[in-house]
Design a protein around this ligand. Sequence first.
Ligand SMILES: NC(=O)C[C@H](N)C(=O)O
Length: 601
Amino acid sequence: MCGIFFSLSSSKPTESTQETCSLLQKRGPDSYKTHTAQKDINAQDGKSPPLSYYLTFKSTVLSLRGDHVYTQPLVDPTTQSVLCWNGEAWKIAGECVRGNDTERVFNLFLQAVDSDQDDSVERMAEAIASLSGPFAFVFYDAVNSRLFYSRDCLGRRSLLEGFDEDGNLKICSICDSASVDCFKEVDTEGVCTIDLARYQDPSLSPRELCQIKILPWSSAASPPADHIVRPSYLTAGAATDERPKRKSIPPMNTSLPTEQPPALTTDSAFVEQLESNLRQSIELRIQNIPEPPGYIAGETAKTAVLFSGGLDCTLLARLSHDILPLHEPIDLLNVAFENPRVAAAAKANQQKSPSSSPLSIYENCPDRITGRAAHIELQATCPGRTWRFIAIDIPYTETLAHRDQVKRLMRPHNTEMDMSIACALYFASRGQGTAQTNPSAQLPTPDTPSPIYTTTSRVLLSGLGADELFAGYGRHSVAFNRGGFKELIAEIDLDVSRLGSRNLGRDDRVLSHWGRETRFPFLDEEFVAWVLQAPVWEKCGFGLPEIDATAGIDCEKLALRLVALRLGLVRVSREKKRAIQFGARTAKMETGRSRGTDALS
Ligand SMILES: NC(=O)C[C@H](N)C(=O)O
């Protein structure tokens, strides 16, 4: 993960706060650089004072592609155009990008705004359209004096924008202000641009000077079969053009069954294809990861999984096993918290029936129990692989000690629920706990503590997105019971339409703090598009005939459960959905009647 800071001022170069600077360096520990530029525009009347813009670009880099660190911001020596790139372009115009992506993206953008072209904005939109993968960037086209900044349409990387007290525009991976309200998430609806070529009255405030325009990804109601749609602002004439076009989240297949749909089984064509498509998405994300600092071949890991032991993350771990060389260990990061409210209740219970054995507060956490069980199942189905289960136990005192930091990072999000989720993600991605590679070995006790182990992996896999795409939430079942397929489709459609604006920005800000990058195989654009075009009755088991082969398996995410079964994960295929804040017990740490939606004090 990398860090981006950009500011635009009409009075002087404007820096980020010192605190922001050090937080950005945590996101990108491999390089840190600042570049400044100035753009002067003279008034045409020859009398009015000139207008000057001061641009400050700052980048920190977590280097994860290619054989050396590609220091940013990249500055083109010929045109002085600048790029701050925080992303992974897995593909450009459908072609896999091997090696480093930053320079490839820069060259693509430079070509798009080449001096001979007068349609540079459209060409830039198309260039951005041709990128597959998560990203946030700021690009200054010095040829046409235009700024572009954007996040991918699913919002997988954080980028915030706002005006400081002096009215200067700031764009940054995290909030650059003591106030919660100054910054907002950059919209995922399109590309933002600011024209810096026009002369304007220099006495206007910077806020009035920069008019931000959004070029929307697409408003097409029915995209072509390949789900690649044309930005709506392009003219009809240009629509015949064959250059790569913007991929956005395609609409969902809302067709209703005309007859009783058949039961889903491990041999259903959709389930088979699902396994293969998910494998491809994981492949893109874990092949060719460079050796992280402290890496010892055969001993430490390049890949780790945010691991609750639930269906989605265990599937990712299991499929990663098929992709990575057998000698490469895979780390499973499992968080459990001391929750004083739960601990007090357990203590009271213990006093009532002293015979029951006191299990550690951590080992008693729901996600720890499923995590340990899934570890056993992975070891059994994938012998020969070192699966390192990292038990990340967080005492309440430590939660309190980091609370302000988490609060700072997740800004502008600021509710109790944001905090409970962010806290779990923050400590999970720190990757520090006690390691166990043999699932049947004795667990450490207070008398025989294990040494602290920190994962070397800089790449973390997350199962996020599976619940939205495959109807994994309890409310999906409620919707089906209420109004059959029609309501179920409407519920999934709502989830899918919100994918771009869900909380991925917040998650990115806390997950990246430890110099690691989280990757989301279920949120690969091609994978998402493929799942969305399938009829709903192929994804989950609602309304399907009951058959012996799937008896006792939940309808939620049935297709994924069947993939798990195909791969030998019998127990995992039956795991129930559990939100992270309940599984890790970060929700409601204190007694009292705070609600998830309450703002933090
Ligand atoms: N990590 C990043 O966001 C930048 C680039 N993909 C690199 O690895 O160098």
